[in-house]
Design a protein around this ligand. Structure first.
Ligand code: AP5
Length: 268
C-alpha cells in the first residue's frame, strides 16, 4: 500500500523478514500476457511485494487529490495505449526507495518498460544497496494475448482480475471477493490494444537484449493455466545456465507438474 500511496507512506502491513535472502524480480511481457496474474502468485508464495506502475497510476486516478498536469498527461497516455513519460514514471518509482529495499523483496510488474527506465532502476537499486535476482519475460502469440485482454474484467474496488471465459467469477459480472460490479479497463478496447502492442514492440522488446546481456533474462512460454505458468517459471529458471539460475522459491514448491521447457520462447 505504501507503493500505491506515495513515497512518504509507511507500509500498514510490512512483511516478516523471510528466512533466506528476499527475492527481487522483474516481470516483462506484452500487455495482457499475464504478468499481473503471475506477480500475484509469485508474491503470495515468496512473501514479496507486488509493485505495479500501472496500479499506481490507476490508484492515483481514483483518489480525490488534486490532479497535477503530469498526472493528467499520464492518464491521457494510458487511455490512448501509449507509454507514460519516463520522467513521470521515474519520479514515481524514485520516491519509493523504501519499497525497493523492503525486507520481503519485490516483484516489479510493468516497470521498467524502456531501456532508459532499466538504466534508472539499476541506479536506484545501487543507491538502495540491493540487486535484481532475475528478470522473467513471458511470451505468447499475439492472438492469444488479444483474447486474454478482450475478456479481462477487473473489480474497481478490490482490484481482483477475472476473465469472462478463462477465469470467470461465480456470478457473471460480479466480483467473488467483494460483490462489486466488474468493469472492462479503458485501455482494453480493441483499437487501444493494437496501440499498446505496437508500443511494446518498439519500446519494451529492446529490454530483453539489455537484460540478456547482463545475464538476468529468463524467457518463459506463457501458455496454459496460471498455475502451470507459475511452475514453468521456476522450471525455466532451473534449466537456465548457472549464472541465470534463480534461488529455489522458499515454501513455494510447485503445486502441479510442469515439464521442462526450452528457453527459446516464441516472440509475441
Ligand atoms: P499496466 O497496468 O502495467 O498494463 P500492461 O503491461 O499493459 O499489462 P496488463 O495489466 O494489461 O496485463 P498483464 O500482463 O498484467 O495481464 P493480466 O495478468 O492482467 O500498464 C497500463 C498502462 O500504464 C500502460 O499502457 C502505460 O500507459 C502505463 N504505464 C505503466 N507502467 C509504465 C511504465 N513503466 N512506463 C510507461 N508507462 C507505463 O492478465 C490479462 C487477462 O488474462 C486477465 O483477464 C487474466 O485473468 C487473464 N489471464 C492471465 N493469465 C492467464 C492464463 N494463464 N490463462 C488464461 N487467462 C489468463
Amino acid at each position: 500500500m505504501a507503493w500505491l500511496r506515495g513515497g512518504k507512506a509507511h507500509c500498514a502491513n510490512p512483511p516478516n523478514p523471510p528466512p533466506g535472502a528476499p527475492w527481487r524480480l522483474v516481470l516483462l511481457g506484452a500487455p495482457g500476457v499475464g504478468k499481473g496474474t503471475q506477480a500475484d502468485l509469485l508474491c503470495s508464495r515468496l512473501g514479496a511485494c507486488h509493485l505495479s506502475t500501472g496500479d499506481i497510476l490507476r490508484a492515483a486516478a481514483c483518489t480525490d487529490c488534486e490532479r497535477t498536469p503530469a498526472l493528467e498527461a499520464a492518464l491521457a497516455s494510458m487511455k490512448a495505449g501509449a507509454l507514460v513519460s519516463d520522467e513521470t514514471i521515474l519520479e514515481l518509482v524514485g520516491e519509493r526507495g523504501r519499497c525497493l529495499r523492503c525486507c520481503g523483496g519485490f516483484v516489479l510488474d510493468g516497470f521498467p518498460r524502456t531501456v532508459a527506465q532499466a538504466e534508472a532502476l539499476s541506479r536506484f537499486l545501487e543507491r538502495e544497496g540491493v540487486a535484481l535476482d532475475v528478470v522473467f519475460s513471458y511470451e505468447l502469440p499475439i492472438e492469444e494475448i488479444v483474447s486474454r485482454l478482450a475478456g479481462r474484467r477487473v473489480c474497481p474496488k478490490c482490484k481482483a482480475v477475472y476473465h469472462t471465459v478463462m477465469q470467470p467469477p461465480t456470478r457473471p459480472g460480479i466480483c467473488d471477493a467483494c460483490g462489486t460490479a466488474l468493469l472492462q479497463r479503458e485501455d482494453d478496447k480493441p483499437e487501444t490494444i493494437r496501440t499498446r502492442m505496437r508500443v511494446y514492440e518498439e519500446s519494451t522488446l529492446p529490454l530483453l537484449a539489455w537484460y540478456a546481456e547482463r545475464g538476468l533474462l529468463i524467457q518463459v512460454p506463457a501458455f496454459g493455466t496460471p498455475e502451470q505458468i507459475y511452475v514453468r517459471t521456476w522450471t525455466c529458471g532451473r534449466t537456465a545456465p548457472d549464472a541465470f539460475r534463480p534461488k529455489s522459491p522458499r515454501g513455494a514448491a510447485p503445486a502441479v507438474g510442469g515439464g521442462a521447457h526450452a528457453l527459446s520462447a516464441r516472440r509475441p
